[in-house]
Design a binder for this molecule. Structure first.
Ligand code: NAD
Length: 428
């Protein structure tokens, strides 16, 4: 396909990655945002989010003139052949997806889109949104295409350029196929669907991952009660190709900017068609129970009460490899600990600055100072290589609660500390 003129609205994790990667594939891309300061930083090649390879792609795109950043979608879309909507769709009041940003951009640009220009939703939007957008635009010459994004934060560029699949859905088969071709020669199957099916793929996939994680957290709880080891159980499960090895690790509960809002939104979509999606609501309930079990485990390590306990927290981001704190389980656990009276000192290699209810430090060893318990809440590999003897020396107590099963229990024991993970035998 020859180079297309593309506009990407929203320059967050998804929009910036989409814009920079499409430019790297040869397209001419204008990225739009309402955040003037962000547009200025990006125009100067400064990328705020932690994504390997992204800053390089942005610099290259700026240098070769294929990528630019502007404020003002209405002006930007003149001359565009395709416009990607990559704006937020957070959890709204009542749990449904909040589509105000999607609707605001649609209202802003609907009447000035060039004839034939495809309006493409990459934001995660409930089934029926393409239809709703088409009705808002009210033009036969503007096809609406759903092209959900599956990238993972921390590996966004890698995922965008090496996708497992590309999904495009529209009532206009030609428009869907055209969007598929924008991805050029990326070696991925392209699923061309109707708009509703494409929209549902994204929720069905994300919610399946949430179910898998809640299931594994439940199995980990059973392991603790039955004296089994979740590492061995999941190793044995993971060799089964019908199950697969990924998303089989227990933790402090799932979170991040997508799974909580997408599970909630799908429950609401199901309700709207009189379907009680009990399996999914159970997974959400189980996730809250998992957080509470982790809090109880930490309370136990503090001698039964959190009031006045000094807790050193390692990891705040919702997962390793990102600085994203949105709906982070590490923050959720910390905030319950704080509410129950614990004093929290936290360190995360990608997070600096103030967070309410805790002291954030920029040295991992500072969290250990006088701590009753040290808790690992994000699976940063570098925590494995800390000097655990030094940590033991600095601590008041001698318990490490490893909610990610990240550390080598033997190493913690050798340092003179005791270790407890999730679904694994305690090392003391
Ligand atoms: P984000 O919050 O990182 O970025 C959104 C950007 O849109 C911000 O820069 C914001 O300033 C901008 N914006 C908001 N309103 C705007 C408007 N009216 N006009 C122009 N710009 C506007 O969000 P994100 O994480 O990139 O998510 C975007 C969408 O992609 C969501 O629907 C999300 O569910 C979906 N998604 C996210 C991920 C992920 O891992 N983050 C993965 C797949 C899909």
């Amino acid at each position: 396909m020859s180079a297309a003129r593309i506009v990407v609205v929203g320059t967050g994790y998804v929009g910036l990655t989409t814009g920079a990667c499409l430019a790297s594939l040869g397209h001419r891309v204008t990225c739009v945002d309402v955040d003037v300061a962000k547009v200025n930083r990006l125009s100067a090649g400064r990328v705020d989010i932690l994504e390997p390879g992204l800053a390089e792609l942005v610099s290259r795109g700026l240098a070769n003139g294929r990528l630019s950043f502007v404020v003002g979608a209405r002006e930007a879309v003149r001359g565009a052949e395709g416009v990607f909507l990559c704006v937020p769709t957070p959890m709204g009041a009542g749990g449904s997806a909040d589509l105000r940003a999607v609707e605001a951009v649609t209202a802003e640009i609907g009447d000035v889109l060039p004839p034939g220009c495809a309006l493409i939703t990459k934001s995660t939007v409930p089934v029926g949104t393409a239809k709703r957008i088409a009705a808002m635009v009210g033009r036969d010459d503007v096809p609406v295409v759903s092209n959900p994004e599956f990238l993972r934060e921390g590996t966004a560029v890698q995922d965008f350029l090496n996708p497992d699949r590309i999904v495009v859905g529209s009532d206009s088969h030609a428009a869907a196929a055209w969007v598929g071709q924008l991805y050029g020669d990326l070696a991925a199957p392209i699923v061309v669907a109707d708009a509703a099916s494409a929209e549902l793929v994204k929720y069905a996939a994300n919610c399946f991952l949430a179910l898998k994680l809640s299931y594994v957290n439940s199995i980990a709880e059973l392991c603790e009660r039955l004296g089994a080891d979740i590492d061995l159980v999941t190793e044995g499960m993971g060799y089964d190709r019908r199950i697969g090895r990924t998303f089989l690790k227990p933790g402090p509960g799932w979170g991040g900017s997508c799974l909580p809002k997408d599970t909630s939104a799908l429950v609401k979509v199901a309700e709207s068609v009189d379907y009680d999606f009990r399996m999914l609501t159970s997974a959400i309930d189980e996730n809250i129970a998992q957080r509470d079990r982790i809090v109880a485990k930490i309370a136990g390590a503090c001698g039964g009460t959190l009031a006045g306990a000094r807790i050193g927290v390692l990891g705040l981001a919702f997962k390793a490899g990102t600085n994203d704190l949105r709906d982070s389980p590490a923050l959720a656990v910390s905030s319950v600990l704080g509410a129950l009276g614990a004093e929290i000192t936290a360190y995360d290699p990608a997070v600096s600055g103030g967070i309410a209810g805790m002291t954030v430090v920029d040295d991992p060893y500072q969290v250990a100072k006088d701590a009753d318990v040290v808790v690992v809440l994000t699976e940063w590999a570098e925590f494995r290589n800390l000097d655990w003897v030094a940590i033991a020396d600095a601590m008041e107590g001698d318990d490490v609660v490893d909610t990610r099963n990240l550390l080598d229990p033997g190493m913690i024991l050798d340092a003179g500390l005791s270790w407890q993970g999730v679904g694994r035998p305690r090392a003391a």
